[in-house]
Write a protein that binds this ligand. Structure first.
Ligand SMILES: Nc1ncnc2c1ncn2[C@@H]1O[C@H](COP(=O)(O)OP(=O)(O)O)[C@@H](O)[C@H]1O
Ligand SMILES: CC(=O)N[C@@H](CCC(=O)OP(=O)(O)O)C(=O)O
Length: 305
């Protein structure tokens, strides 16, 4: 008679990627972060191929499943750029901020709050989570104010302030809608659009929006997922740890440029407002956020006061 029970799989057949040590290594981090709020800024450049989008959604759902409250604030600069191009609308940036006339503000809202926001909600849904997509306009979440003009070429020392149009910065955050959603097991997904006391719609840089929300929530971590390994020095080497004074120096010597300027200004403002730490990391690396949170190795650039 033959034995119907299959022989036990030899130990060597366990996939090498499945290491119990990895899970055990995560234990102190799981204990430390349970019940804490993490704000995740998901940049337009970090939103890669469908596989990468699914990885991102899985990470966020995993955080929620282990008792952390993730709050997603997304960008979509490149996607707004493509839409403006398709519609034949010219666009330019000054110090990483898009000069935004009334038509551009309308298109930015359509792309950010209409299209990208709902896509992220559906990725999270497919990963087994529940998400609600809103913008800063919903439930009075973010009140915005027009930002002041910028000098496009400060090195020339000439005062030529550029009016950025309907570019706003958050001046007040009403966190109640985020708290209600998080309490109900729902992951808030927020588009960087706000409304002014003047009734205008304002296009807000997504980093600035995320930083203001992280500060208002007193987040334990503020992640900024982008398309570089982190903040790089003059030789292109990763800077693993920075504080506000070091960031000021990098800015003055011109090592930080373009979109990295509002990103790091936001990180400094967030940590000075009480966020424990901000981390700039490569959103294109599969599960970069989990590696940063749950392993000793870490990833990206950590910014602390
Ligand atoms: N010192 C620096 N280190 C890393 N990236 C930098 C630096 N200075 C400028 N950058 C630029 O900042 C970009 C990230 O900002 P941005 O394009 O606004 O990203 P996102 O769309 O993710 O917000 C990088 O791709 C890089 O081109
Ligand atoms: C005022 C301003 O610049 N708003 C940004 C909003 C989107 C954004 O910041 O997206 P990323 O994070 O992908 O760059 C814009 O219009 O591109």
């Amino acid at each position: 008679m033959t034995d119907p029970t299959p022989a036990a799989a030899p130990i060597a057949a366990v996939p090498p990627s499945l290491k119990a040590e990895t899970l055990v290594e995560a234990l102190p981090y799981l204990q430390r972060y349970a019940g804490k709020t993490f704000v995740v800024k998901y940049g337009g450049h970090a939103m890669g191929e469908p596989e990468a989008q699914a990885d991102f959604a899985e990470d966020v759902v995993l955080l929620k499943a282990v008792g952390i409250n993730p709050v997603v604030v997304h960008g979509g600069g490149p996607q707004i750029g493509s839409m403006l191009k398709r519609l034949g609308v010219e666009s330019r940036f000054v110090d990483g901020l898009r000069v935004t006339d009334a038509e551009t503000a309308q298109i930015a809202e359509m792309v950010l709050a209409g299209s990208i926001n709902k896509e992220i909600v559906s990725w999270i849904g497919r990963a087994g989570g529940r998400a609600v997509g809103i913008s800063g306009k919903d439930a009075g979440l973010v009140q915005a104010e027009k930002v002041g003009g910028r000098d496009p070429d400060p090195l020339q020392g000439i005062e030529r302030k550029v009016d950025l149009g309907f570019v706003g910065e958050p001046v007040a955050v009403d966190r109640r809608i985020i708290d209600s959603l998080s309490r109900d097991g729902i992951i808030p997904v927020i588009a960087p659009i706000g409304i002014g006391a003047d009734g205008h719609t304002y296009n807000i840089n997504a980093d600035t929006m995320a930083g203001a929300i992280a500060a208002a929530l007193g987040a334990a971590r503020f992640f900024l997922l982008t398309d570089v390994a982190g903040v790089l020095d003059r030789d292109g080497e990763l800077l693993t740890d920075l504080d506000p004074a070091a960031i000021k120096r990098l800015r003055e010597e011109g090592t930080i440029r373009g979109g990295m300027i509002p990103k790091l200004e936001t990180c400094v403002a967030a940590v000075e407002a009480g966020v424990d730490a901000a981390v700039v990391l490569d959103g294109r690396v599969p599960h970069a956020m989990l590696l940063e949170i749950f392993t000793r190795r870490g990833a990206g650039t950590l910014i602390r006061r």
